[in-house]
Design a protein around this ligand. Structure first.
Ligand SMILES: Nc1ncnc2c1ncn2[C@@H]1O[C@H](COP(=O)(O)OP(=O)(O)O)[C@@H](O)[C@H]1O
Ligand SMILES: [Mg+2]
Length: 507
């Protein structure tokens, strides 16, 4: 009889301890079970405060609020304090006859006839606290050893739960801390640009960040679309939730749907487990769909529905899922042209285009180039522990360069300069050949552009190969994007990659 009651109490305690993330609530539920099943009158869980080294009641059964507040012990003080000190359980058959019993909580009007059982809560040699219970022991209720055993099992459950709970608290703190850092990183002061066209962009960003409006970011590759998308998120009320970025140009067409909307188990051969899509992961947060122009027509319908009704279905499921996401998209293509050609749905275009933000190419805001050079020289000097500077002629040269890869190209160029140079000060002649060869007004400067090549054909090919390598590096090997930077079709790029034997795994 009693054995069954014990087993079922233990089982129930183990279940309630992990039933929620509320420490007090779970501990209270555990003690309620012990009281009901084992006929205990009072129960207390004390935990050791790591800072004050005091034992405090975290949860108590059968005690009033005032009694709980009185129940504080130092290590070594009273029976509870002794148990934490020695790490050994104690049993007192009759607390009336025990001088050590301090009855601090003053919850026992007449001490006689009440027994007291006290068990340390510890794991891997670390004392976490104490659990104590009162009971009325009469002769036939017999074995105290049984109660001690039950309590020692329960206390080991509690120890594990408390540690788990501590880890969780810690993780939550760290997470909050990281998010604060991200918020800082994507704050407007970390975005460089004082030119009028760029300030116009920031004004818009400030205005729409606080809203849930769908935003379409337009601009050439490397102009800062993703940076602005992140800024919109981290400056919004969704900042504490996830920012999920999906580059549609980087995904094979047949995988896009599963990636975005998830897959129900058994939806197709190989779908062995249920997999959440990016929309689910972004719930409460922001989803950033980069290169939205690459979204296949059949999925455009599905996205349209998400925007209109905020619902979708996983592949292989007929259950609708609701999501609360802010949608930010970006493209460097002319979507209106795609609409005219019939490759992009017009209704979707208007849904996405609620607030368009156009990021100007760097060449149209050349006055920001020196600021960006400062920003990135500083950043990479610190990162690589260098103290490289650009002389004024070099800055002027970089300012007149067209930067087809925009800020990304500028950032990469700066990092390369910082790493590759042995000098403290970089002069104009130290700049990379692709920049020196470029001249918006005069003919290319032959001295810099002929690296000892035999004939013009060779020279052109070398230049072409370098440009392709750079574009692939700038786009992290995404050929679609690289071909756009280079102004050739993906097919032409593919042909040249083979021709020059470029190893794509390097990106
Ligand atoms: N205004 C800016 N200030 C500082 N860094 C920028 C700015 N715009 C872009 N960048 C940086 O340039 C790189 C490319 O930006 P990204 O947002 O990825 O461009 P896109 O998505 O338009 O291709 C990133 O490293 C980004 O941090
Ligand atoms: Mg991008």
């Amino acid at each position: 009889m009693r054995k069954n009651a014990e087993l079922s109490a233990i089982l129930q305690v183990s279940q309630v301890l992990t039933s929620s993330l509320d420490l007090e609530k779970n501990l209270y539920a555990a003690m309620e079970i012990l009281a009901g099943r084992l006929g205990l009158q009072r129960g207390c869980v004390f935990l050791l405060d790591p800072v004050t080294r005091e034992l405090k009641i975290v949860s108590a059964y059968g005690l009033s609020r005032e009694e709980i507040q009185r129940g504080k012990y130092r290590i070594g003080e009273g029976i509870v304090g002794r148990v934490i000190e020695t790490g050994q359980p104690m049993f007192i058959p009759n607390i009336g006859a025990e001088p050590k019993f301090l009855n601090k909580t003053d919850s026992r009007p007449q001490k006689s006839g009440i027994s007291f059982l006290c068990m340390p809560i510890a794991l891997d040699g670390r004392s976490l606290g104490v659990i104590s219970v009162d009971g009325i022991y009469t002769a036939q209720e017999g074995n105290v050893d049984d109660d001690l055993r039950v309590l020692s099992i329960v206390s080991s459950f509690i120890a594990q739960f408390v540690l788990l709970w501590e880890h969780l608290r810690q993780a939550e703190n760290e997470c909050g801390h990281l998010r604060m850092q991200l918020k800082e990183k994507f704050s407007l002061p970390n975005i460089v640009g004082e030119s009028a066209p760029f300030q116009q962009v920031l004004k818009l960003v400030r205005r729409v960040a606080a809203t849930d409006t769908t935003v379409l970011l337009l601009g050439e590759s490397g102009t800062g679309k993703e940076l602005i998308a992140q800024t919109l998120h981290y400056q919004s009320r969704r900042a504490k939730q996830s920012f999920v970025a999906v580059n549609l140009a980087a995904l094979p067409e047949n995988l896009i749907e599963a990636e975005l909307f998830g897959v129900e188990k058994g939806a197709f051969t190989g779908a062995a487990v249920r997999r959440a899509g990016r929309f689910e992961l972004a719930d409460q947060g922001t989803i950033f769909l980069d290169e939205i122009g690459e979204l296949p027509l059949n999925l455009q319908v599905k996205l349209l529905r998400v925007l209109q009704e905020r619902t979708f279905e996983r592949i292989g499921s007929s259950d609708s899922m609701a999501v609360d996401v802010r949608v930010v998209t970006a493209t460097n293509r002319n979507l209106m042209e795609a609409v005219a050609k019939g490759t992009f749905r017009e209704d979707l275009y208007w849904r996405l285009n609620v607030v368009p933000i156009v990021l100007p190419p760097l060449r149209e805001r050349a006055e920001d180039i020196p600021l960006l050079l400062d920003f990135y020289m500083d950043k990479f000097n610190r990162l690589h522990q260098r103290r490289v500077r650009l002389n004024p002629a070099a800055v002027a040269r970089l300012k007149s360069y067209a930067w087809p890869g925009n800020v990304r190209e500028l950032a990469n160029t700066t990092e390369r300069l910082v790493i590759m140079t042995d000098k403290e000060t970089i002069a104009e002649g130290d700049l990379p050949p692709n920049i020196l060869c470029f001249n918006s007004t005069a003919a290319p400067m032959r001295d810099f552009c002929a690296p000892g090549a035999e004939d013009l054909g060779d020279e052109v090919q070398q230049l072409e190969r370098r440009r392709i390598l750079q574009a692939l590096k700038d786009t992290r090997g995404v050929q679609q994007q690289a071909s756009r930077i280079l102004g050739i079709t993906p097919r032409q790029l593919g042909y040249r990659i083979r021709k020059y034997g470029i190893d794509l795994r390097a990106f």
